[in-house]
Design a protein around this ligand. Structure first.
Ligand SMILES: *[C@@H]1O[C@H](CO)[C@@H](O)[C@H](O)[C@H]1NC(C)=O
Ligand SMILES: *[C@@H]1O[C@H](CO)[C@@H](O)[C@H](O)[C@H]1NC(C)=O
Ligand SMILES: *[C@@H]1O[C@H](CO)[C@@H](O)[C@H](O)[C@H]1NC(C)=O
Ligand SMILES: *[C@@H]1O[C@H](CO)[C@@H](O)[C@H](O)[C@H]1NC(C)=O
Ligand SMILES: *[C@@H]1O[C@H](CO)[C@@H](O)[C@H](O)[C@H]1NC(C)=O
Ligand SMILES: *[C@@H]1O[C@H](CO)[C@@H](O)[C@H](O)[C@H]1NC(C)=O
Length: 562
């Protein structure tokens, strides 16, 4: 009897020691592998994953970071459409961002980017994650980053905190291939390299969302795609792509579309040939195989920097028609609800691409009339130059340098970013027929203290720059130091508006005022805390009035100057 008691005590001691050892091992040895605050395991179609919780104002937010959604696009998969990831069986820890795709970008060192980069991130509150087994599913916002299709990645800057805990939506961000790796294309000269590879990466990520997001508590029938700059251009492409049909319900275009007033696809084929010529593969009998065998860095170093040097093509299965064609022939899915918007001074920050000395961010730029007209002549055909000179620079009272600069910036903004964005919305509803989704516009005019493109921040002349919306949409003023109350206030409002639209497909009231769709009122809601509830008409009416002229009169290669 006492022997039995003795042995049970020994057993108990052994069990207790094992338990203590387990706890110790867990906290010291496994700590780096299994974060203390791990999420439950989620079984996605490829296999089990486990993320981590991070708390924001007492709400636990699950972060699933760096989930591979495609096979690494390396070796024989380089310059090819993305291929679904293979399944795995043991639990994959997804607690760190995956590498950005290979790029030259002053925000990261070259070593921080990698050809193996097709990763997706999911942010969701603990309560929604837990209820994923029930039918309580929340709207999904699917982000497409910008960076002129040359740079960028969907990691830290576009964090799910604070948007996800504040509005209980599911945020998905991802990386897609950029620059030549995502967009090099030779047309018929090398049909084995498809067009629009980077956009196809985004498409596969969207398909991944359809397949998996309910397991995280996201509603696959309530997906809103949103993006800024090249991300917004991508959003517009998915909106008219037959391959993206049914993969999302709503779209937010934050500056930029693939609808340029004029363009010359040969220029982009030419850039691919120039790149090929700079490598040892130019004389190869099988250039594709040769390019796939080169070190990735050789290809990166052989390509020219600059925005949109490699970009989308029309005529394939992804983008069979240009937007102008798709709209005029009614060849698009008209069921989406769409929000389109721009910044007040879209092109100011990009004018340095025209002449970095003259358009220095830090100085008061001086510009005389003849210089201004010379810059304008890069956009418009000779025959129309007088007309546009008059349109933009004719002022009997004010021909100061500051006025010329403002008007020149407006001309570039109008043709490249502002009017393509607003006119995408206008064309969408006016060619969509009676059952078209709702289309809304915004006009963002508040300059944040700290913006995505910091070159803008202390510039005496740049105004509310390209990308200034990002600060607010991703809630930086709420979680980072240094922002004044009005930035915090606008950020709260913009997150509310974005997530409200994603959930309901129409707009909340702004300062008690109704936000009317573009087909009811050709105006855009001003997003500025000092002008809360005001609408902008002039800018969007100008676009409607001058769009056909832009289509006829802009040079087909005018974006080469960038
Ligand atoms: C991967 O797993 C899914 C189920 O989660 C299954 O439908 C699919 O066939 C599997 N794929 C492969 C290649 O085994
Ligand atoms: C750029 O601007 C500077 C200053 O106005 C001028 O001296 C220079 O010639 C310009 N460069 C080009 C390439 O136009
Ligand atoms: C630019 O001009 C403004 C007003 O004319 C002046 O106050 C400011 O000091 C100038 N800034 C620079 C960098 O020259
Ligand atoms: C405009 O500025 C340029 C560069 O400073 C100068 O060469 C030109 O003479 C100026 N033109 C006029 C009309 O003042
Ligand atoms: C400039 O605009 C005024 C009206 O604002 C017009 O009378 C004048 O003819 C225009 N000048 C030119 C050169 O077209
Ligand atoms: C655009 O094409 C025209 C005519 O072919 C050419 O003269 C001009 O230099 C080109 N512009 C740019 C910026 O390459």
């Amino acid at each position: 009897m006492s022997k039995l008691l003795y042995s049970s005590i020994i057993t108990l001691i052994i069990l207790l020691s094992l338990l203590i050892l387990y706890i110790l091992l867990n906290s010291f040895v496994f700590r780096t592998v299994y974060p203390i605050d791990s999420t439950p395991v989620v079984r996605i179609s490829n296999g089990p994953v486990q993320g981590k919780f991070i708390e924001y104002e007492k709400v636990k937010v699950a972060h699933f970071l760096g989930i591979p959604f495609a096979k690494p696009p390396v070796g024989p998969l380089r310059f090819q459409s993305p291929v679904k990831q293979d399944n795995w069986t043991s639990v994959k820890q997804v607690v760190r961002y995956g590498s950005p795709c290979l790029q030259r970008n002053e925000r990261i060192t070259p070593e921080q980017s990698d050809e193996d980069c097709l990763f997706i991130n999911v942010y969701v509150t603990e309560s929604t994650l837990k209820s994923s087994s029930t039918s309580f599913l929340r709207p999904v916002l699917f982000w497409i980053f910008g960076g002129a299709l040359a740079t960028g990645f969907g990691n830290e800057y576009y964090d799910g905190i604070p948007m996800v805990p504040l509005h209980d939506v599911v945020l998905v961000t991802h990386n897609y291939r950029v620059n030549a790796f995502g967009f090099m294309h030779f047309g018929d000269k090398e049909p084995r390299i498809p067009a629009n590879i980077g956009l196809r990466d985004q498409l596969l990520a969207l398909q991944w969302v359809q397949e998996n997001i309910d397991k995280f508590g996201g509603d696959p029938d309530q997906v809103t795609i949103f993006g800024e700059s090249a991300g917004s251009m991508s959003v517009s492409a998915h909106t008219i792509s037959p391959l993206a049909r049914g993969l999302f319900k709503r779209a937010i275009l934050q500056t930029g579309t693939v609808m340029f007033p004029a363009e010359d696809p040969d220029y982009y084929l030419e850039n691919s040939l120039i790149l090929l010529d700079r490598t040892s593969c130019a004389s190869s009998t099988d250039p594709l195989k040769c390019l796939q065998n080169l070190p990735a860095s050789t290809i990166l170093n052989a390509q020219s920097d600059g925005p949109l040097k490699f970009r989308w093509f029309y005529g394939d299965d992804f983008l069979p028609y240009s937007p102008l064609e798709a709209f005029s022939k009614g060849l698009f899915d008209n069921s989406h609800d769409i929000l389109v918007g721009v910044e007040k001074n879209e092109f100011s920050m990009l004018m340095g691409l025209l002449n970095a000395t003259q358009f220095n961010a830090k100085i008061n730029v001086t510009l005389n009339y003849s210089q201004a007209v010379d810059y304008l002549s890069l956009i418009f055909n000779k025959d129309s130059l007088d007309y546009y000179t008059d349109l933009y620079f004719n002022s009997s009272t004010d021909i100061t340098s500051a006025y010329l600069l403002k008007q020149l910036e407006k001309a570039y903004s109008d043709t490249i970013l502002v009017c393509p964005t607003y006119m995408f919305g206008v064309n969408y509803y006016s060619n969509g027929g009676i059952d078209t989704g709702k289309v809304y516009g915004y006009y963002h005019t508040q300059k944040p203290i700290i913006s995505f493109n910091t070159i803008c921040d202390d510039s005496p002349w740049m105004g509310t720059c390209h990308g200034s919306d990002l600060t607010y949409v991703f809630g930086h003023p709420l979680v980072k130091p240094g922002y004044p109350q009005k930035d915090i206030d606008l950020s709260r409002e913009m997150m509310k508006i974005w997530t409200y639209f994603a959930e309901f497909g129409y707009m909340p009231r702004v300062n008690e005022k109704e936000w009317k769709p573009l087909n009811k009122d050709l105006s855009a809601m001003v997003l500025n805390i000092d002008n809360w509830g005001e609408v902008e008409r002039e800018r969007i009416e100008f676009c409607v009035q001058h769009w056909d002229g832009f289509v006829q009169n802009t040079k087909t290669n005018f974006t080469d100057i960038l």
